[in-house]
Design a protein around this ligand. Structure first.
Ligand code: UD1
Length: 365
């Protein structure tokens, strides 16, 4: 059995790593790894391959940044000849980035089975590019692997046949558990001059937060208040950095003495940072899941989440991008007003094993 694996953007790399390793341990399955090049900066891509022991991709499409339509089209054009050449039994895509839907579409149109890892998540907000990618990818997939029960329920409501849906847990957690001990050795606290349990980690990259100067400014108003109380460490996404400069918000940020802006971090440094933080503020999807696993309070700077289990079982709260709501969320954390967190079912480090077992059994039928 031959599977083409696709990884394109930073949040894909920690999902593909345990799948590659599981396939390498399994006899009778071979893989061909494709990097679409959606993310290409060393710190957004190459570093993750090194740290997470992902082999050098067999092909890199080198598409880079452009509009959604051009990026998606470029990936499709680059990916089709690879499938013609490799003629795999299946294509496996992860998550919800443009690379996910672009490669998925190419595969199904060539009659190749499509496997979607992290299927069924829904924010029910169709203004998010990722939500469109999620809905469309699920609709054309043959195997839908879900991280949480809400994903299964959403797919069934959308009319997807139950035989295609598997609740297997979270591959991101496989990676977190595998690299947790290694991450402890990171010296990121010393190098940024902060102390365990006495800082907040901030990440921002969602277009709905960072593409609008008024909203971005409002989020920084809240950060201004919070950083008076607790240091805020802000590993900055390239798109957010570009926008801060073009909106002229850099002067404002220079005056926030307890806000530390740093380059995007590799996996190990970031994991150490999250696990030692007093709390996290983020608009990322994956970080909500990681905070749940680590038992660290998380304020999600969005009005919805496609991962409701992080609120039901973890310490995640939705605070949107309104100053008062963000500051109120912070006060709750400061006063310790939260329930005990629990680890969601099947977030046990064995998800990629379950996925490969299911595929192996099915393909050998
Ligand atoms: C993408 C994903 C998003 C994911 C996020 C994580 C889509 C639709 N979005 O958003 O789901 O949460 O990645 O990072 O697929 N850039 C660089 N260097 C890079 C990559 C990007 O400078 O290595 C800059 C580019 O100038 C570009 C901007 O960042 O303009 C946006 O990059 P892009 O990959 O299009 O989307 P993200 O916002 O990163």
């Amino acid at each position: 059995m031959k599977i083409v694996l696709v990884a394109g953007a930073r949040p894909n790399f920690m999902k593909i790593s345990p799948i590659v390793k599981e396939i390498e341990k399994t006899e009778g399955i071979e893989y061909f790894l494709v990097h679409t090049g959606q993310h290409y900066d060393k710190k957004m891509s190459e570093l993750f391959f090194k740290e997470l022991d992902i082999p050098v991709p067999n092909a890199n499409l080198g598409v880079g940044s452009s509009s959604h339509a051009c990026q998606t089209a470029d990936i499709m054009r680059g990916f089709e000849p690879i499938l013609i050449n490799q003629s795999p039994d299946a294509v496996l895509v992860v998550g919800d980035v443009n690379s996910t839907i672009a490669c998925g579409l190419v595969a199904v149109k060539m009659g190749i089975k499509l496997i979607h890892v992290e299927a069924g998540l829904r924010s029910f907000d169709r203004t998010m590019p990722e939500e469109i990618n999620r809905v469309l990818t699920d609709c054309i997939s043959d195997y839908l692997f879900c991280t949480e029960q809400s994903g299964v329920d959403n797919l069934i409501k959308e009319g997807i046949s139950e035989e295609k849906i598997f609740l297997v847990g979270n591959v991101m957690i496989d990676t977190l558990l595998e690299y947790k001990v290694k991450a402890e050795k990171s010296d990121i606290l010393e190098s940024t001059g902060i102390y365990k349990n006495n800082f907040c980690v901030l990440t921002l990259h969602r277009p709905s937060n960072v593409d609008n100067p008024l909203i971005l400014n409002r989020i920084f108003d809240a950060v201004e208040i919070i950083q008076k109380d607790v240091p805020v460490i802000f590993p900055i996404h390239p798109r957010t950095y570009q926008n801060i400069i073009s909106f002229g918000l850099d002067e404002k940020l220079k005056n926030l003495l307890n806000l530390k802006i740093i380059d995007p971090l590799g996996y190990l440094d970031f994991l150490k940072l999250m696990s030692c933080a007093k709390f996290i503020m983020t608009d990322s999807g994956g970080i909500q899941g990681e905070s749940t696993m680590l038992g660290v309070p998380c304020m999600t700077l969005r009005y919805n989440t496609e991962r409701p289990i992080t609120i039901d079982m973890g310490l995640n709260q939705l605070v949107g991008n309104n100053v008062n709501k963000i500051v109120d969320g912070y006060k709750k954390i400061k006063n310790g007003e939260f329930k005990n967190s629990k680890i969601p079912p099947l977030w046990d480090g064995l998800t990629s094993r379950r996925i490969i077992k299911i595929l192996e059994n099915d393909f050998n039928k």
